[in-house]
Design a protein around this ligand. Structure first.
Ligand code: ATP
Length: 367
């Protein structure tokens, strides 16, 4: 058992609050990603969980036990950094064996576990190589294997894949998930890569400026962003966020997109949310894959726009649109073709629209 509970966790460096009153519950055997841009406090949070950094305020509990007085080496956590901290003068075998030997495990047990980890990490033919001869990809496999082999109840990984090339990163994502299934560990994984977080994590904690923005399953965070920051951070291309104002009354509402025209709000849920914010400045949000492209004047609710750029990216074609100052991207199929400069209507998808308060950035209905 190894659940982690962070309560009011705060870290200040002088005047800077790196982590601000963070509350987070991580279940036993859960894979949680701390996701956010550089400087948002991910590593500081990890370091506090590991015991490398002392919190300014707040609590860290492992299975309900306060970790304040427990030094890093007694917390039973494994830690892998971006810069593989491995012994470069030792072979792969000795690196893998190290953590088990210092724990005094019998030689046969060490050999068995080293062989199993080497097989899992596909390093069998490298076991007797000096690590100095390994590629960057292999070095990081050794670093992960060296920490995982001790089977810590809590495994902390800080951007472990960010130095690796793209193809190998994709491969390692799958391997890490296997590793977690095999060892049944609680994993906390720091990344600024939303694809990595989405593909690996059971839940994602999105952070910005030291503050937790949203905590939920990848699908929740993607489909129901709580604010503009999360909406914009998740997804590639990111969500279209288009300023608008709410026009209308007497139960009839329309989003006014300026040069993009006005769109009647047909969607029941949207109508309910709009009711709370009549005449307000809003930000309309829709995922690129959720908007449709129709001819101008189409009767559906939408935004009149012009095609400014067509970007084929393999599996999809990204169509860029402008409506005056407002910009949008719509994802279509891989063979989609449309002329530059063509007038179109970006039609709003019923049930898939988001509305945010333009001032606070918070999703309507959630404030
Ligand atoms: P990155 O992905 O770039 O590592 P991060 O989200 O992990 O970013 P942190 O490394 O936790 O962010 O840093 C959060 C903030 O705290 C940053 O502004 C950073 O400059 C600052 N910071 C981190 N460690 C220290 C320190 N030891 N002394 C002073 N400021 C620090």
């Amino acid at each position: 058992m190894a659940s982690i509970s962070l309560a009011g966790l705060t870290k200040r460096f002088g005047d800077l609050t790196a982590v601000n009153a963070l509350d987070l519950e991580i279940r036993d055997k859960e894979f949680v990603a701390l996701l956010g841009p550089s400087g948002c406090g991910k590593t500081t949070t990890m370091n506090m969980i590991a015991g490398i950094e002392t919190p300014s305020e707040g609590q860290i509990l492992f299975d309900g036990r306060d970790m304040r007085q427990v030094p890093p080496n007694r917390r039973k956590v494994g830690f892998v950094f971006q810069n593989y901290a491995i012994f470069t003068h030792l072979t792969v075998r000795k690196n893998l064996a190290f953590g088990l030997q210092v724990r005094g495990l019998p030689r046969e047990e060490v050999e068995r576990r080293v062989a199993a980890m080497a097989a899992l990490m596909r390093l069998e033919d490298r076991l007797d190589w000096p690590t100095a001869k390994l590629s960057v990809n292999e070095l990081q496999k050794v670093a992960i294997g060296r920490s995982a082999i001790t089977e810590p109840e809590i495994f902390l990984l800080d951007e472990p894949l960010s130095n690796l090339d793209a193809a190998f990163r994709a491969f390692m994502r799958t391997e890490l998930k296997h590793l977690q299934h095999q060892f049944q560990q609680t994993m906390v994984y720091v990344t600024h890569d939303q694809i990595e977080a989405m593909s690996l994590a059971d839940r994602i904690a999105v952070m910005d400026l030291g503050v937790l923005q949203q905590y939920g399953s990848p699908i929740e965070v993607y489909n129901e962003p709580r604010n503009v920051f999360v909406a914009n951070f998740m997804g590639s291309p990111s969500m279209n966020l288009v300023p608008c104002t709410l026009a209308g009354g007497d139960g009839r509402y329309a989003l006014d997109f300026g040069e993009g025209g006005t769109a009647a709000v047909e969607d029941g849920e949207l109508k309910r949310r709009c009711g709370a914010a009549r005449d307000a400045a809003l930000i309309f949000g829709a995922r690129p894959e959720d908007l449709d492209i129709e001819p101008p004047g189409h009767t559906g609710p939408g935004i009149e726009a012009t095609v400014t750029f067509v970007e084929p990216i393999g599996p999809r074609t990204i169509v860029h649109l402008s409506a005056g100052e407002r910009r949008m991207k719509i994802a279509k199929g891989k063979h989609y073709g449309i002329a530059l400069g063509a007038p179109v209507k970006a039609v709003l998808p019923p049930g898939k629209c988001h509305l945010f308060d333009a001032e606070t950035g918070v999703a309507l209905g959630l404030a």
